[in-house]
Ligand binder design. Structure first.
Ligand code: FE2
Length: 394
């Protein structure tokens, strides 16, 4: 009797032990799986162009957007800011530096948020930060927390990094000398390019070799202008383009095309940029260009169409003036057409930021924005709300 009850106890204990072991194994596997899921899934934000009148910054609009972002997406890991944070000054580099330091103060809620990881904001140079020979070094000095893995002369301005399952390539497309910016007959005052395209190619190639699931590239200037800068961006056709190409124009256009070919070859997800002060996304040959322009800079109109032929200042042109550009850049144009590179273009003339939610097989992009007050293009006129949502599938 004693032996039999001892045996029953022993069997029960053994069963309990086996159950506990099984439970532990299940919990461990579940934890591992959840860790993998968390590790592969994250959110980042892209925004750009916040220059304005408060010490070089449009503080009310920039602050409202970052406050909204942190309150509604507190799990965002970092922000990429695609340049033109401040006005800058071409004769006073000290002023540009002070404006950048002020911009960092305005962005303190992002830098100090507990869920944001180092370095908080990945900065890009825009044409407004690089207008004097001392500006590049000043920019490096203000934004020291970036990787110094770019091309030799571009350390701290062009760089790249991995985060989770994704690779991020930051490219400077600006230079401090453009010629005489007051001379409207000079076609080269603000021409832009990716100077170190070999570095970009090696960078994207090695990201693919490391098994990165997603590739995002960034520059201030855009490969496919959407409004206000049809004359420059990376194609650089110039303000006086009437349809006739020369070797200089062809050189820049070829470089733009070479860059986009790399994006296709290495199956990059998207190129994210600013410079034009509006929001627009489109897919060109299977790769997205997402323009997150304006978190405060004066809002621009889209490329002119016959039905909405409007101009603002010297930045924009009439439909008739734009036609030679459309023809050279292969834009869809004419009555009923959108005057953009792709028919799938979606745009909003709004102050905006986009949240990129990255998982292994897709990226969900949600854009939040607000429209300007009537009669201004620098003040908020509506609540900040979701203005666009789409999915980039792998
Ligand atoms: Fe710009």
């Amino acid at each position: 009797m004693i032996i039999s009850s001892f045996f029953v106890c022993f069997v029960a204990e053994k069963r309990e032990h086996i159950m506990k072991t099984k439970l532990k194994t299940i919990i461990t596997v579940l934890l591992l799986l959840s860790n993998i899921t968390f590790a592969q899934s994250f959110k980042f934000v892209a925004m750009s162009d916040s220059r304005g009148s408060d010490n070089g910054v449009n503080t009310p609009v920039l602050s409202a957007l970052t406050k909204h972002m942190l309150e509604n997406n507190p799990d965002v890991k970092f922000v990429v800011f695609a340049g033109d944070m401040v006005n800058g000054h071409r004769n006073d580099p000290g002023r540009t530096k002070r404006e950048l330091l002020h911009w960092k103060e305005v962005m303190a809620p992002v830098y100090n948020h507990p869920n944001i990881v180092w370095p908080g904001i990945w900065p890009l140079v825009g044409n407004h930060e690089i207008r004097h020979r001392e500006d590049e070094d000043n920019f490096r000095d203000v934004f020291q927390d970036v990787y110094m893995n770019g091309p030799k002369e571009q350390k701290g301005l062009s760089y790249s990094f991995d985060f989770g399952n994704s690779h991020f390539c930051i490219m400077n497309t600006d230079a401090w000398y453009y010629g005489d910016i007051e001379d409207t007959t000079d076609d080269r005052p603000d021409w832009h390019q990716i100077k170190y395209i070999d570095w970009v190619e090696n960078d994207l190639k090695s990201a693919r070799e490391r098994g990165m699931k997603h590739i995002f590239t960034f520059s201030h200037e855009m490969p496919f202008p959407i409004g206000g800068h049809l004359h420059d961006g990376l194609p650089n056709l110039g303000r006086n383009f009437k349809g006739k190409m020369d070797s200089t124009r062809q050189y820049y256009l070829d470089r733009r095309d070479a860059f986009w070919n790399l994006m296709q070859e290495y199956e990059a997800d998207a190129h994210i940029c600013g410079h034009e002060h509006t929001y627009g996304r489109q897919e060109v040959n299977g790769v997205y260009q997402i323009l997150n322009g304006s978190s405060g800079a004066p809002l621009y109109n889209f490329n002119p169409r016959p039905e909405t032929d409007t101009t603002i200042g010297w930045h924009e042109m009439t439909y008739e003036e734009a036609v030679p550009y459309y023809e050279m850049l292969e834009y869809s144009h004419g009555p009923g057409k959108n005057s953009q590179r792709s028919e799938n273009f979606v745009g909003h003339k709004a102050f905006n930021y986009s949240v990129y939610e990255v998982t292994d097989d897709k990226v969900v992009v949600k854009t939040y924005g607000a429209f300007s007050k009537d009669g201004t293009n620098t003040e908020l006129g509506t609540e900040i709300e979701l203005i666009d949502e789409f999915v980039m599938e792998k």
